[in-house]
Write a protein that binds this ligand. Structure first.
Ligand code: WT7
Length: 651
């Protein structure tokens, strides 16, 4: 835990309230606060009955579960002895009624398009599932997925789920080094990739990255390569197999593996406050119940919706709200491969108009970027198909919220600001659009069955209006089960702050209506453009450079990205600071982790401020980075001159 959490001061006050539009409420799954309250009370009174009922409604179970919850803090098992299969729930279950309904509408960055009906998607998934089996992939084996945002990404995830293999998706923007670290930690047997993907008119060389990492990924026996960009698919080497060759001739029938509810579904790596990313492990039944339920309730899904969540499958949002949640509900999910502003600033609005998208779920950083680009771009397009807007990934500032509501939603669409995490698996705190009055910048209220509380370090409730730490005090079905390969880190990270209570790492406050206002991370994790990064991870990349002696990385508030990364670097003896070296270091971080981790600013320093015990005082550096006079206590600082020197370096 960082030394940060001095006191959490909240400065935001926001008085505007927007009740759900009447016409929206009338047709919504949940129509009023009375509906919400009834479910909330039901869940609080008898959680096991509540979740048991939800689990039976949401999923097809091959074998019924006998126990709803087995809770030995901090370890939960949900729907014990039940057997199900997530691919079956996403596909087969719909075939009788939705065989010809589009499951996936795809648009590539170069404007190529594909439509996959539920019937067609099922065939693709079964063929690949059989293909994976032919490569020796068995239940419980780990499979890496390193693909662009193309339908194959969803097909790959579902094929793994079909045969009980555990997928681990690595964001296509991550480097060869980042891929290697994750695949080795997971012990992946097979990696599914593509020759490349399109981004801002250029090719992201996925296969090249895999090939670079391959000699250092001893567990990987085969690499399956989809054709996307058409880049010289030479496929040399005994480990490479072309996707089309693998699936050719495979049967389009593949019996689902009926896995136990607690069978692992996926591992997704996320940054923590130490250097090594954590493999967040989710299991099948509980994850599926929450993902399915929250998609329908929070997005108020209807049969004729064209639903667009702009997240990449490399993040948990892509797992729960591009692939599993919508498909479990039999919805049509839109997938767009490329950059939001390619080839022009109106690409998103153009997509919404052409596909008549009804629901848009995106990140505040994107909303702020569009806001800057100007209203003329959305105004050029007919956005009247939209009926609901969602936000996720970081706190949304009221100004951006209002712009989203007024310019994109034209005052007609409820805005749902959804708070959750990789670890929670599904949305936890969010408006229900037909029921909850919204306030710009607030994620509003916890969903029924979710016990979110703001406490101090001793576990006492914090008075309304005052900031504190956000905990979830009771287990919920889609909670992470462990950190893969490091069960001790699971306990330490999430359950050591207050025993038995899940610590989110976020600060928050509630207002007099009990609404939640998220205030950002309280640990050494920063949220850059909606993506979580551990500052320690960036630091360890920097110190791996031959000329760097020490590095400290902190976040600085940024209008566009939410948080920008500032790196303070001291060099080894005999090396001088220079503009070229700054560039080289930024490039080095991008290579080690990926472009998203590239520091926005690098500052060279003679020394870093440290406590007498040698700990870098990051909170001081945060103030320096933000150009603030420090209100922080400096009595433990070893050498006050260091701080003065850092401020002088402030160009
Ligand atoms: C962290 C989780 C959940 C999918 C995307 C990010 C921040 C997320 C909100 C929101 C304020 C938010 C939190 C959280 N966050 N949504 N609506 N309001 N903050 O997933 O990478 O696991 O990051 O994102 O700080 O802890 P993630």
């Amino acid at each position: 835990m960082a030394e940060t959490q001095q006191e959490i001061v909240s400065v935001l006050t926001e008085a505007r309230v927007f009740p759900p539009p009447q016409a929206f409420s009338q047709r919504a799954h949940l129509k009023s606060m009375a509906d919400y309250q009834r479910l909330w009370d039901e869940a609080a009174r008898d959680p096991e009955k509540y979740w048991g009922d939800r689990a039976r409604e949401e999923l097809y179970w091959k074998e019924p579960f006998r126990t709803v919850l087995d809770w030995k803090p901090p370890h939960a098992k949900w729907f014990v002895e039940g057997r199900t299969n997530l691919a079956y729930n996403c596909l087969d279950r719909h075939l009788a009624t939705r065989r010809d309904k589009p499951a996936i509408l795809f648009e590539g960055e170069p404007m190529d398009r594909r439509k996959l009906t539920y019937g067609e998607l099922a065939v693709e998934v079964n063929r690949l599932a059989n293909g994976l089996k032919s490569l020796g992939v068995e239940k419980g084996d780990r499979v890496g997925i390193y693909l662009p945002m193309v339908p194959e990404a969803a097909v790959a995830m579902l094929a793994c789920a079909r045969i009980g293999a555990v997928h681990s998706v690595v964001f296509g923007g991550f480097s060869a080094e980042a891929l290697q670290e994750r695949m080795n930690d997971a012990g992946a047997k097979v990696v599914l990739t593509a020759d490349g993907g399109w981004r801002k008119g250029a090719v992201v060389p996925l296969l090249k990255n895999v090939e670079a990492a391959l000699p250092n990924m001893p567990s990987v026996e085969k690499v399956v390569v989809a054709r996307r960009t058409g880049d010289a698919l030479s496929l040399s080497g005994p480990k490479l197999v072309a996707w089309d060759v693998l699936v050719k001739g495979q049967s389009d029938v593949c019996e689902p593996e009926w896995v136990e509810s607690e069978h692992p579904l996926f591992i997704l790596y996320t940054s923590g406050s130490t250097g090594k990313p954590k493999g967040v492990l989710h299991t099948t039944g509980g994850y599926a119940v929450n993902a399915s339920l929250t998609t329908r309730w929070v997005f108020d899904l209807r049969e004729d919706d064209v639903y667009w969540c702009t997240a990449d499958v490399g993040w948990v949002t892509g797992h729960s709200y591009v692939v599993y949640g919508p498909l479990m509900n039999g919805a049509t999910t839109l997938i767009y491969e490329g950059a939001p502003t390619h080839p022009a600033a109106d690409r998103f609005w153009d997509i919404i108009e052409r596909y008549k998208a009804t629901i848009l779920y995106t990140a505040p950083t994107a909303i702020r970027a569009f806001m800057r680009l100007g209203d003329e771009h959305p105004r050029k397009h007919d956005l009247s198909s939209l009926r609901l807007l969602g936000s996720v990934g970081e706190p949304i500032n009221p100004e951006a919220w209002m712009w989203y509501r007024d310019v994109i939603g034209q005052g007609r669409c409820p805005v749902v600001d959804t708070w959750w995490q990789t670890e929670t698996g599904s949305i936890m705190i969010s408006p229900l659009p037909g029921a909850t009055p919204t306030k710009p910048g607030s994620a509003t209220l916890p969903l029924p069955g979710i016990h979110a509380e703001i406490l101090d370090r001793q576990g006492n409730p914090v008075p309304k209006g005052q900031g504190g730490l956000l905990f979830v005090t009771r287990p919920w079905p889609s909670m992470l089960r462990t950190v893969y390969g490091d069960p001790e880190r699971y306990v330490r990270t999430y359950f050591s702050e207050l025993p038995g209570k899940y610590f989110t790492g976020d600060g928050a406050r509630t207002d007099t209506d009990g609404y939640f206002w998220l205030m950002g991370r309280v640990d050494d994790v920063v949220n850059v453009a909606g993506h979580r990064l551990g500052t320690a991870e960036v630091e360890s990349a920097l110190v791996a450079h031959t000329r760097v002696s020490e590095a400290a990385v902190v976040g600085r508030p940024d209008d566009l990205k939410g948080t920008a990364l500032v790196a303070f670097v001291t060099l080894k003896q005999g090396h001088a600071p220079s503009a070229e070296l700054k560039k080289e270091l930024a490039q080095h971080v991008a290579k080690e982790i990926g472009a998203i981790a590239r520091p926005d600013e690098i500052r060279f320093a003679e020394a870093l401020p440290k406590t007498r015990s040698g700990k870098i005082m990051r909170r001081l550096l945060r103030d320096v980075a933000a150009g603030k006079q420090s209100s922080q206590d400096t009595t433990t600082l070893e050498d006050l001159n260091v701080l003065a020197a850092l401020r002088q370096n402030d160009e």
